[in-house]
Design a protein around this ligand. Structure first.
Ligand code: 2AM
Ligand code: CA
Ligand code: CA
Ligand code: CA
Length: 259
């Protein structure tokens, strides 16, 4: 079955609009915060409630689709056959808890492993980016200018804090070669900055639902999203991710050290 992307775009805009209202509402009552794998890895009642909310919306509209979401209410996905929705109900949970800003909701829709559509909601800025390989990127339903390709030295680079602190993949040298480093603590906000032309790349260690939406939207303008050795992302596994516009991507690949 081929997805009707116009219908999907309208549905995602509506569902994310409702999600946003629910999240803002929940922020008026005390959060329940739980620690997952360690003290930097949190989940809240709002992450879980939004995962449930969006899962119900998706399955009501697409009963045959499968959902790979971070706060797993559905069965884990072990293959990419058919329609798979990658769902991150709150991306940047630490920011959500500590900053009440700089967090996103992300949905990436794939068919038989191929990206078809993505949506990134920046909740506090009330901005939704949508798009896909065959759908021009939009912000709140309005066409965006496509980001300009720049060499690494001429653009800002995003990075994950831990990777930079521990200099994984030689990221300190890579980022030093750029115009400057930005660290937001949300993969969604980093991809949004690339799509909006504010930065040229991002290096992190990510889960499939962190990458799915940004990779789908970025495919429209040649955004390179790969493992550090240039291999394709396996959407069933976490791993290091290099995302960059083509010229910067080439510069990064020359400097990267795969350990
Ligand atoms: P999350 O908030 O949805 O977990 C910075 O922490 C970025 O990396 C966020 O986008 C975060 O997504 C993502 N991330 C992926 N795996 C993580 C982990 N184990 N701990 C913290 N953040 C993680
Ligand atoms: Ca998490
Ligand atoms: Ca995430
Ligand atoms: Ca999350």
């Amino acid at each position: 079955m081929m997805l009707d992307l116009k219908r999907l775009e309208n549905e995602l805009m509506a569902w994310l609009g409702e999600s946003r209202v629910r999240i803002l509402d929940a922020m008026n009552t005390p959060l329940h915060v739980d620690v997952k794998s360690g003290r930097n890895d949190l989940v809240t009642n709002v992450d879980k409630a939004n995962q449930r909310f969006l899962t119900n919306k998706i399955l009501a509209a697409y009963p045959d689709a499968r959902i790979e979401g971070e706060e797993g209410t559905a069965e884990k996905v072990h293959d990419l056959a058919g329609t798979v929705f990658f769902l991150d109900p709150i991306d940047g949970t630490m920011n959500f808890v500590k900053q009440h800003a700089n967090f996103a909701v992300m949905i990436g829709v794939y068919e038989n492993g191929a990206p078809r559509f993505g949506a990134i909601l920046d909740v506090m800025r009330n901005e939704v980016l949508t798009g896909g390989p065959t759908v021009a990127p939009k912000r709140n339903g309005r066409r965006l200018p496509l980001p300009k390709d720049h060499e690494l030295k001429d653009g800002l680079m995003g990075a994950s804090g831990p990777l930079l602190i521990h200099n994984k993949l030689n990221v300190q040298v890579i980022n030093e070669a750029s115009s400057g480093t930005r660290i937001t603590g949300s993969a969604g906000i980093e991809f949004k900055a690339i799509i909006e032309g504010q930065q040229i790349g991002y290096i992190s260690y990510l889960q499939p639902w962190d990458v799915a939406a940004g990779m789908a939207i970025g495919a429209h303008f040649g955004l390179q999203v790969t493992r550090p050795d240039g291999k394709a992302i396996n959407m069933l596994e976490p791993g290091f991710v290099v995302a960059a516009l083509p010229s910067a991507y080439r510069d990064i690949r020359k400097l990267i050290v795969v350990d």
